[in-house]
Design a protein. Structure first.
Length: 308
């Protein structure tokens, strides 16, 4: 039930988009334009909120946060090195790499941690999210920009990354975090509400633009990517943390960041940065559906092993 309750809202948003398109209430051309608006207007507010609310001093006293960050960097580096050896098309390379390391942490990991181990695990998961979500977005932008096409140059990539709406939002959030002032409620409330709109809108667009016929063509990269994301990588992370000996709340907080499905934000980002948006959307849908099974099995395995 925990896994199902986490997944069903996502499926409702996606189904709502698909039904709206089927009934002729929206056209696919409009949805693709809306996707660009979501990426350029709404997702920067998520980045702003994440950085503005982050307590940067907490990272120094939280070894599990450092573990999660280092593990994420290792996964990104390995994916960036290995994926291009097997995926030959640049628009797909960035999408596959992103699918391997980028989790739907805010809407999956935090509620999952709270449902299984209560408020302590949820609080620790929230701290991890404050640092990992900006990492996800920054590295996703860099990777997609690198594989965008043409001959990549370091200067051009850096310039394009700095101009990316998500990076602009992150920089603004970090600046406001460091300023010795508190944002008034009259500004903080609309910023939070705008950031909350981003994921449901992105999933609505995904439902209206997803072509299930392409799943047959993309079955191999989807099978490999989702297996790495939902089974292999969480298993490796769990074994490493068990060896280190983390307490159950810290263990499960970190585990949730690696065992949850591909982030919905990867779809609008892929479309806006000239990557294979169809494949990115398929990763979101398939990994979200399969996570009902994998999360259920992982909870049983971790409990039986005595790790949580």
């Amino acid at each position: 039930m925990i896994a199902t309750n986490a997944v069903v809202p996502f499926m409702v948003y996606i189904a709502f988009g698909a039904i709206s398109k089927k009934l002729g209430l929206v056209k696919e051309s409009f949805l693709r334009e809306l996707n660009g608006v979501i990426f350029k207007v709404f997702f920067p507010f998520i980045m702003f909120n994440n950085l503005y609310d982050a307590d940067f001093s907490s990272i120094m006293s939280a070894g599990y946060v450092l573990f999660a960050m280092v593990a994420t960097l290792v996964v990104i580096a390995l994916s960036f090195t290995i994926v291009p050896l097997f995926v030959k098309e640049n628009p797909r390379r960035g999408v596959v790499i992103q699918a391997v390391f980028r989790s739907n942490s805010v809407l999956f990991a935090i509620p999952l941690a709270a449902s299984v181990l209560g408020d302590e695990a949820s609080a620790k998961c929230s701290i991890i999210v404050a640092f990992l979500v900006p990492m996800y977005n920054v590295f996703s932008v860099m990777i997609l920009e690198y594989f965008r096409g043409g001959k990549p140059s370091a200067g051009k990539i850096v310039l394009n990354v700095l101009k990316n709406p998500l990076i602009v939002g992150a920089i603004a959030g970090a600046i406001f975090n460091m300023l010795p002032i508190t944002m008034p409620e009259s500004l903080a409330t609309p910023i939070t509400q705008l950031s909350n709109l981003a994921t449901p809108m992105a999933l609505f667009v995904l439902g209206g633009t997803l072509h299930l016929s392409s799943l047959r063509k993309d079955w191999l990269p989807i099978a490999i990517g989702t297996s790495l994301k939902l089974v292999i990588m969480p298993g490796i992370i769990a074994l490493l943390m068990a060896k280190i000996g983390y307490a159950p709340a810290e263990f499960f907080a970190v585990f949730c960041m690696f065992a949850t499905p591909v982030a919905a934000a990867s779809f609008p980002m892929a479309q806006s940065m000239d990557a294979d948006a169809d494949l990115a959307g398929e990763y979101v849908v398939v990994s979200t559906l399969l996570s009902i099974v994998t999360i259920f099995v992982w909870i049983l395995v971790l409990k039986n092993a005595g790790w949580i």
